[in-house]
Design a protein around this ligand. Sequence first.
Ligand code: ADP
Ligand code: ADP
Ligand code: MG
Length: 448
Amino acid sequence: MFKKILVANRGEIAIRVMRAARELGIKTVAVYSDADKEALHVKYADESFPIGPAPSNLSYLHIPNIINAAVQTGSEAIHPGYGFLSENHHFAAVCQTWGIKFIGPPADAIEKMGIKAQARQMMKEAGVPVVPGTAGTVENMDAAKRIAEEIGYPVLVKASYGGGGRGIRVVESSQQLGEALERASREAKSAFGQGDMYIEKYLHRPRHIEIQVLADEHGNIVTLGERESSLQRRRQKVLEEAPSTAIVPDLREKMSEATVRAARAVNYTSAGTLEFLLDEEGKFYFMEMNTRVQVEHACTEMITGVDIVKEQIRVAEGLPLSMTQADVALQGWAIECRINAEDPEHQFRPSPGHVTQWLEPGGPWVRVDSGAETGYQVQPFYDSLLAKVLTWGRSRDEAIDRMRRALSEFKIEGVKTTLELHKQLMQDEDFCAGRIHTNFLAERIKGA
Ligand code: ADP
Ligand code: ADP
Ligand code: MG
């Protein structure tokens, strides 16, 4: 069993991981950039180690510094959290070279799923339905035009190495295709180091439904039901819930089966998520796999009672999952609101600064995963997620009532946040009725 692990991340997810480790009796090491000396995740950890200057490419993304921190502190394993190095197959392999266990899937599975155009092909071969589009990446403009005509406009051009909602563009007609591809490819190249593009049919008002999966090194695979992440801003998730109002048991069963096939196809272990789009006719299509713990994993934890991070650690230790599929029962409803340091009055631009007051909600069935506190300095260098507020209810209505109450308790001063947006959403008639889709926010929120 591990005695000490290093968490190669910051903010709420670093603390989330350390909490699981602490429950398991494992010591934790935080790493921090020059900007994060006073950050909450550093205070929470048993030990901490500096990894370089504020910009993440010099610290949280700098592999030699992270490995050095693990070696110097005698850490046996590294948990990457989400973002940063979590989906970097090279990093997973380097950890192995140094005899440090990477708490995540095998490097090979990360690599296969990380090239999105290739993953689509692989999934198709494994019998998982994929969004109609190119087989592999776009070879040349003639092929691109032909395929786009075939599937019909509008189409999406997507960066094969993209993520975080970036590198995706809607194309309405063949006249726009050439320029869109070129421009998106150039952007992808500078953002992800790779300009490969693929094309997908642009689905009309789909829902984003994802299935959480866990797998161990003994061949056991368990799915934990779905989450709905349709409420997005610029293809980035804003609010999630589990289960989904769009899913009936039969469809859940089918999507879960497809997920197990996908996981088997890449010899997956650890926690992962299959992201699907569900169209207006109830047909589902594979979009991508996130080979890491997700921001919204806590929704699933609340309706299943399974601690997903603890399972990741168990699996990395070589233990079997602590439950079988038959043990998994979905109970009640969970909602998660992401509280970001962003200014809704100004197109949700990041709002760094000094938090002068921070008072978190509490009480029955409220969970707050946060990386901030009063006096905290929100840095401009990193993701703007400050905290996640989750509520659980026996029904969706109860979870919503509880979320209204929880949000009313949350006091944040000094920086602009998305708190107000969530309060509005909790009053929205269509949201409350479960009538949502991925264009929902864009259609009603100013600047979204
Ligand atoms: P990322 O890797 O950036 O997360 P995804 O491929 O998961 O990219 O897509 C992000 C979001 O973009 C989806 O959740 C969905 O809202 C939207 N999207 C992606 N593909 C399609 C599609 N074919 N049709 C409509 N919307 C899409
Ligand atoms: P989740 O899929 O876990 O709900 P997000 O899509 O919001 O979460 O992504 C989690 C974090 O990882 C965000 O900080 C996002 O910006 C970042 N991220 C995800 N994929 C990439 C990528 N390929 N490159 C850079 N950042 C990414
Ligand atoms: Mg995605």
